[in-house]
Design a protein around this ligand. Structure first.
Ligand code: AVJ
Length: 321
């Protein structure tokens, strides 16, 4: 077993969360960025969500990765390098390489969550042939950093799985795919996981589950703000709401203020009065049609080469052109 190369990069400035909260809560309607869900507890709650019977993304993707690992790696060609944006626990990448990778490869993991990176790095360190490099920064910054550190690195497969792209509004999603393309060379590959449009009832059960795990995941954002920003959110006084916005093709998650209430967020220099029923929009999860996925890849400089599907979830392998 090889130790993972601990090439640590500087985490985002500690006041970044404070500034983002200040900016997003001052919007109309009020918002909080979904990337802050993933502190240690949030990452554990998301992990629990992936095991819920109503949330199929992770299971479908694991099934596809397990069943088609050999095909996926073969269509990507001989590889020296893997890059994953948002590796989570590292389980997806572990499934893909397990039993199929003999030669040593370098793996770059990019995530703003130090907790997730730590877990993913240790999961992958158990797989002999991988040298793991972590980048604790946002995706675009991590991609640029990786490209700078490893020029002429040889054939590369980038992974953007779990429909994580679904958290980005279409213009930002396009920009992100373009920064992935910019970090790659012609002929390199991208494996993109996207959740597809399905009946509304299924979508709502996935984002408002009967066990209330997703509600806890959503409200943990307030718990985090209380701890890290000295805020005084009454966590109990905000209700989880999930809705399907058909026009925009996205599931939205909101936190609804149950009554008129005042909240102070000292680190963000904010004092807010929430009206009864006023909402904080915390997440968008875009759902796609297969033709949209191919068009989105085309716009960013990729060509879709192969696709695998399982209960309304798609894995698309594309080549940088
Ligand atoms: C990790 C962004 C893919 O949008 O489905 C799960 C996060 N939010 N339940 C998603 C999430 C609510 C998840 N992604």
């Amino acid at each position: 077993m090889r130790p993972s190369a601990a090439l640590e990069t500087s985490p985002p400035a500690p006041d970044r969360f404070a500034a983002d909260v200040r900016h997003s809560l001052s919007q109309t309607p009020r918002q909080l960025p979904s990337r802050y869900f993933y502190d240690e507890l949030g990452s554990a709650l998301f992990e629990a969500i992936t095991r819920l019977p109503w949330y199929r993304i992770t299971r479908s993707e694991q099934t596809l990765l397990r069943a088609h690992a050999r095909d996926i790696l073969a269509s990507a060609g001989p590889l020296t390098t893997l890059i994953e944006l948002g590796p989570g626990s590292g389980a997806k990448l572990a499934t893909l390489v397990s039993g199929h990778v003999q030669r040593t490869m370098t793996v770059h993991l990019i995530d703003v969550s130090g907790a997730a990176l730590g877990e993913a790095a240790s999961t992958l360190a158990r797989h002999g042939a991988l040298d793991v490099v972590t980048h604790e920064v946002e995706y675009a910054a991590g991609l640029a950093e990786m490209a700078r550190q490893a020029p002429g690195r040889g054939p590369t497969l980038a992974l953007f799985l779990g429909s994580n792209i679904g958290n980005f509004d279409p213009p930002e999603g396009d920009a992100l795919l373009r920064s992935i393309r910019a970090a790659l060379a012609e002929g390199d590959a991208l494996l993109l996981g996207t959740d597809l449009v399905k009946p509304e009832r299924e979508l709502l059960l996935a984002y408002d589950d009967p066990l209330g795990v997703t509600a806890s995941f959503n409200r943990n954002l307030l718990v985090r703000a209380n701890r890290e920003l000295g805020a005084d959110f009454d966590v109990d006084a905000f209700t989880h709401r999930a809705l399907w916005n058909a026009g925009a093709s996205r599931v939205e998650m909101h936190l609804v203020s149950e009554r008129r209430q005042h909240v102070r967020i000292p680190a963000s220099c904010l004092a807010i009065t929430f009206e009864a029923d006023e909402t904080i929009w915390t997440e968008s999860s875009y759902k796609y049609r297969e033709s949209n996925v191919r068009a989105m890849l085309e716009r960013a400089g990729f060509r879709a080469k192969a696709e695998w599907r399982e209960s309304s979830f798609a894995l698309t392998l594309a080549q940088a052109r």
